[in-house]
Design a protein around this ligand. Structure first.
Ligand code: GBH
Length: 503
């Protein structure tokens, strides 16, 4: 890496790349390392369909998407992309695009329909993932499996509130994980325990825009429950990491970690110390909440302890020991990242269930400057320099190789099929974010080892239903026909040429 650093001088970077936003930036097709992994990502509930096929149990999403009035744009994922029945076609599609890696998630309720440690396993569900893994390997694609991408078995939510009950959830998740390692671990060499624990805590148990939307029910407590959920996820992660290390790793030779999401935050007014601190605090509350205990084996960040007080659960001596023992086992930092925002320190005292550190987020700063061009979604702005800064922030804090486990966007106007297939905005976004990775690697010395685009294909975007299209492959949800967008070919070609130039 040291030799290659000379490819870009500091002056070159400043001249070409100083603006925060991507407004006028040309894509420069900067090089990536020869062994850099190019992948696509999906999750089970968003693409599989087959909601009740072959003995699958219901997840909280199967229930949430059928509530009246609808909380998911009147839509559900009973069929979605029907990947459960079209998996071979989808693997061939990936092979034709030259991908190295496929990140998918396993639907817990497909392989243990009721979810619990004493509940029976479902061999037909297990067979589906065995076929998927075998086909991927036959086409030279490395499977990366996420154990949990938001689809808790409904039975566990009904039995004990799922993540609200740390001990029960932890024990059930441990059994589920062990079953996955036993049945798939001879072939899966990269595991992710949880996808975005921040989202499960805040969006599913405080804002309530994601299942189970717990905050909307009587008797819920949004002051403490999101932090309890986060606590459960951390301890369940550490428990499973230790199970993997003790019982499987020496024979299976794989690696394991978690995936954390987070925006990069710039100060709303860069001349105000309060806003500079607010931007940093926002990232600590978003990422450090999980990253410090998991990757550093430490307590929650001091800023959070001070601010949240007794709202934040305490770790017992035993739990601290577990975190300390397991921190170093996490082999990589899994990063889901989409965009940058401005953070402003609020003058007034916060609401009693505030989770941000008393900060307001916005897309426009004190000078009226936008953080970047808007994609197909208002919150998702093209801001590659923020991405590069976040890579540096995470590397400085955790010192682990980083894998981009999700990145991508919907295009403005993508409802129109012509725009969808000739997706210029997305190609530019992807090109600039890959340039940012190149700069992080060669100029800043941050080890980034792979990039998995979100998503392989258009799919069920949670509370937004089939509105936003994140795929590099278009899906017609009436016929289920898949059509690669130009960004799919762009990524195929750009990885071929960017990796070739750096050899
Ligand atoms: C990921 O979550 C998920 O892992 C994936 O399943 C999903 O399809 C993908 O991203 C695309 O959304 O209030 O401004 O913070 C990302 C989760 C999406 C959570 C946007 C916050 C609201 C915008 N984030 N969301 S904001």
């Amino acid at each position: 890496m040291a030799e290659e650093a000379s490819m870009f001088s500091a002056a070159d970077i400043v001249a070409q790349y100083s603006p925060l936003t991507g407004h006028d930036l040309p894509v420069r097709n900067l090089p990536l390392p020869p062994d850099f992994a190019w992948g696509t990502a999906t999750s089970a509930y968003q693409i599989e369909g087959g909601a009740l096929q072959d003995g699958k149990g219901k997840s909280i999403w199967d229930v949430y998407t059928h509530l009246e009035p609808s909380r998911t744009n009147g839509q559900n994922a009973d069929v979605s992309c029907d990947h459960y029945n079209r998996m071979p076609e989808d693997v061939e599609l990936m092979a034709s695009l030259g991908v190295d890696v496929y990140r998918f998630s396993i639907a817990w309720a497909r392989i243990i329909p009721l979810g619990g440690r004493d509940d029976p396993a479902n061999e037909k569900g297990i067979a589906f993932y065995n076929h998927l893994i075998d086909r991927l390997l036959a086409r030279g694609i490395q499977p990366v499996a996420t154990l949990y991408h938001w689809d808790t078995p409904q039975a566990l939510y009904e039995r004990y509130g799922a993540m609200l009950n740390t001990d029960e959830f932890r024990a059930d998740f441990e059994r589920y994980a062990r079953l996955c390692f036993e049945r798939f671990g001879d072939r899966v060499k990269k595991w992710v325990t949880f996808n975005e624990p921040y989202i499960s805590s805040i969006f599913a148990h405080l804002n309530g825009t994601l299942a189970p939307g717990h905050c909307r029910e009587a008797g819920t407590d949004t002051k403490t429950e999101p932090w309890r959920v986060g606590h459960t996820l951390l301890l369940s992660h550490a428990t499973v990491v230790e199970v993997y290390a003790k019982e499987f790793q020496s024979s299976q030779q794989g690696e394991i970690s978690v995936v954390l999401n987070g925006h990069y935050y710039e100060p709303y007014d860069a001349s105000k110390q309060a806003d500079i601190d607010a931007a940093e605090r926002r990232m600590v509350f978003y990422i450090g909440w999980f990253g410090d205990p998991i990757y550093l084996g430490k307590d929650y960040p001091d800023e959070m302890r001070e601010y949240l007080g007794s709202r934040l659960p305490a770790f017992t001596a035993e739990e601290r020991e577990l975190l300390r023992r397991t921190a170093h086992i996490n082999a990589f930092y899994g990063m889901n990242h989409y965009s940058t925002k401005y953070a402003r320190a609020l003058p007034d005292p916060p609401a009693d269930n505030d989770w941000t550190g008393n900060i307001e987020e916005s897309a426009v700063n004190s000078e009226g400057k936008e953080v970047g061009p808007v994609s197909g979604l208002g919150w998702l702005r093209l801001a590659p320099e923020g991405f590069r800064k976040l890579l540096n922030w995470v590397w400085r804090r955790y010192h682990l190789p980083i894998v981009i486990t999700e990145n991508g966007c919907p295009c403005p106007g993508e409802d129109d099929v012509a725009v969808a297939v000739d997706d210029k905005f997305r190609q530019r976004y992807l090109g600039l974010y890959l340039d940012a990775i190149s700069r992080a690697i060669y100029t800043d010395g941050v080890p980034v080892t792979g990039y998995y685009v979100w998503s392989l294909m258009d799919n069920f975007e949670w509370s937004a239903g089939y509105g936003p299209r994140y795929g590099i492959v278009h899906v017609d949800f009436a016929t289920l026909k898949r059509t690669p967008k130009n960004s799919a070919y762009y990524l195929r070609d750009t990885f071929k040429s960017r990796r070739a130039t750096s050899t």
